[in-house]
Design a protein around this ligand. Structure first.
Ligand code: MLT
Length: 234
């Protein structure tokens, strides 16, 4: 039977052998939710970049530069990290270079995996169906916050484990913890997350509607996948 595991923080990724695994990177609030939204609205590719400076330099190569630090748009960048900025019709066909506080760092740390997919509640069923059909063992990598565990990414991990659990064996206890958490929260995730550190941070920045949107399940059927440093549609 295939196995599933959950890496609750990118700082723990050294404990896993990713070379034979399909890794699902998740940053619910808000990097991977933005990426999925952007692909659902027709972007051609997204280059995820850990460093702000390297991302900025991509402007010279014709990329739209997007990103945030600590939840706020980087001054001088074209776009920030709200999914609502990626619903525009003008987004279609664009090439985007993207840097975020945690999401793009988690993608960087996952390099070396057999496959890297981008997950969010917005494309949960699409990711789940794909993983069920593939032969690969699975690792969900939660972006967390600056190396620390967070609630919202752990909840997504639990939701994905919950959809796959009958067919796939947990490799350790983290998938069981995440699934239990999701089962407790699933009927009112918004309320469950009201005490989460990043929800509080976003609320302090007056970012409210993104939170509810990023918890919407199965709005889109797209799966971004990393190929040679670039995210494109599967
Ligand atoms: C991140 O990558 O840390 C987040 O997406 C932060 C944010 O909500 O902008």
């Amino acid at each position: 039977m295939k196995t599933i595991d959950v890496c609750l923080s990118p700082e723990l990724i050294h404990l896993y052998d990713v070379s034979d695994k399909a890794v699902v990177v998740v940053d619910i609030l808000r990097a991977t939710s933005c990426m999925v939204t952007a692909f659902a609205h027709g972007v051609e590719c997204i280059v995820p970049i850990a460093s702000e400076r390297e991302c900025e330099q991509m402007k010279l190569k014709g990329y739209v530069i997007s990103g945030e630090r600590n939840g706020q748009k980087i001054p001088g960048f074209d776009k920030g990290n709200s999914p609502f900025e990626y619903m525009d019709e003008n987004i279609s066909g664009l090439k985007i270079a993207f840097t975020t506080t945690n999401g793009t760092q988690a993608i960087e740390k996952s390099k070396g995996a057999k496959k890297i997919l981008i997950g969010s509640f917005l494309n949960l069923s699409a990711v789940s169906k794909y993983l069920l059909m593939s032969d690969d063992n699975i690792l969900i990598v939660c972006a967390g916050w600056k190396g620390k565990v967070n609630l919202e990414d752990s909840l997504f991990a639990g939701a994905l484990v919950d959809t796959l659990r009958k067919h796939i064996e947990p490799d350790c206890d983290a998938p069981i913890i995440a699934q239990e958490l999701y089962l407790r929260a699933k009927d009112d995730m918004l309320n469950f997350l009201s005490t989460s550190s990043h929800v509080k941070r976003l609320n302090r920045l007056n970012i409210h509607k993104d939170i509810e949107f990023c918890l919407t399940q199965d709005k889109y059927g797209v799966i971004p996948v990393l190929n040679r440093g670039e995210l494109t549609l599967l």
